[in-house]
Design a protein around this ligand. Structure first.
Ligand code: UDP
Length: 339
């Protein structure tokens, strides 16, 4: 079975993807520097999967450490590259930290592994590359805008680097998955989103309010041109997203790609406003969510949701989880964290 290097495999989407890879029989090697995840995730992955992946606590910007991993592991058939800094607000305050880490990590990875005879990569990109889209739902043909944040720009530039590298190396094939808003947690309740530092995402924050950890949700702006004035987003269950990575990898390993660089949206295809999410959470959990309207958050796009026909047609991937399950599994995970 193919051996896959998962960078950032200890993180939120990374750990769920590792579980899916192991359940499909892939051999998994994780490289993670634990800058935004905790060591307990390793044992939890093993508990869910009955298998413990090989783990290297290394930084993907460290060429020497990557080289040693490569020599020790021998053959690597594919890479799923998650390792990156991901806080939009931090990237605005400290852009060089983001450019240094996210671009250096990708370039180093390509330098160490890109010359292999046949290497396949799935790259973790983001719908932030579309900015404020002109057409909804957003297809992959939507024009790429100047990214609003340095974080978003690292994703845009990373895609350009990958494209150029794929053009110059015949044996390198890559899929960039542009995620919409990943939420939810594994059904076992053993892994979920547990960042080091502050939480900024809507559904985990709603869950914190429900769990009594926060007094109220701040709804950032209610004067957008949407049905209730609040921003529209496309929420995707992290387990569905993990499946999308495995599908993308299978597709590349089976040489089904037409082009050396392909991009696909990974969302649910449905947009919900912030207030619709609050109402859906209240209905699913039976818990009233206190909220107050606050000013708009700088850099927020008004409405973003995906056209997912391309990923369905080409990779055969469809999201399967319901909105209720996304919300309740996030809440259950929050309760486990609070415990
Ligand atoms: N949001 C909000 N209050 C919060 C966090 C988020 O109103 O405390 C809104 C935010 O303005 C956006 C949506 O919820 O419209 C999703 O934000 P999130 O940070 O989860 O993801 P993003 O779309 O920014 O990647």
């Amino acid at each position: 079975m193919a051996k896959i290097l998962v960078t950032g495999g200890n993180g939120f989407i990374g750990s769920h993807t590792v579980v899916e890879l192991l359940s499909q029989g892939y051999e998994v090697v994780i490289a993670d520097n634990l800058c935004n995840s905790k060591p307990y995730v390793q044992e939890r992955i093993a508990k869910i999967s009955g298998k413990k992946p090989v783990f290297y606590q290394i930084d993907v910007c460290d060429a020497e450490a990557l080289q040693q991993l490569k020599e020790k592991e021998g053959r690597i058939d594919g890479i799923i590259h998650f390792a990156a800094h991901l806080f939009v607000d931090e990237s605005v305050a400290n852009p060089l930290k983001y450019y240094r880490n996210n671009l250096d990590g990708l370039i180093t990875l390509l330098e160490v592994f890109g010359g292999e005879k046949d290497i396949k990569m799935v790259f973790s990109s983001s719908c932030t590359v579309y900015g404020n889209p002109e057409t909804l739902p957003i297809s992959e043909q939507e024009s790429i805008k100047k990214a609003v944040s340095p974080y978003g720009n690292t994703k845009k530039v990373s895609e350009e680097i990958l494209y150029d590298f794929a053009v110059s190396h015949n044996n390198f094939n890559v899929i960039s998955l542009r995620y919409f808003n990943p939420i939810g947690a594994h059904g076992s309740g053993l892994i979920g989103e547990d960042p080091i530092g502050h939480q900024t995402h809507l559904v985990p924050i709603i869950s914190e309010v429900a769990a009594g950890k926060r007094a109220a949700l701040k709804v950032f702006g209610n004067d957008y041109q949407t049905k209730d004035g609040t921003c529209v987003r496309d929420y995707i269950h992290v387990v569905d997203l993990a499946h999308a990575h495995v599908k993308a990898l299978d597709y590349l390993l089976n040489d089904k790609n037409n082009d050396a660089f392909e991009v696909y949206n990974a969302g649910s295809g449905t947009g919900y406003t912030v207030l619709e999410i609050v109402a859906a959470f209240e209905k699913a959990s039976g818990i009233k969510i206190n909220y107050e309207v606050a000013p708009r958050r700088p850099g927020d796009a008004e409405a973003v949701f995906a056209d997912i026909s391309a990923i369905g047609n080409r990779l055969g991937w469809q999201p399967a989880e319901s909105l209720d399950n996304m919300l309740l599994s996030t809440y259950n995970w929050e309760k486990n964290l609070t415990k």
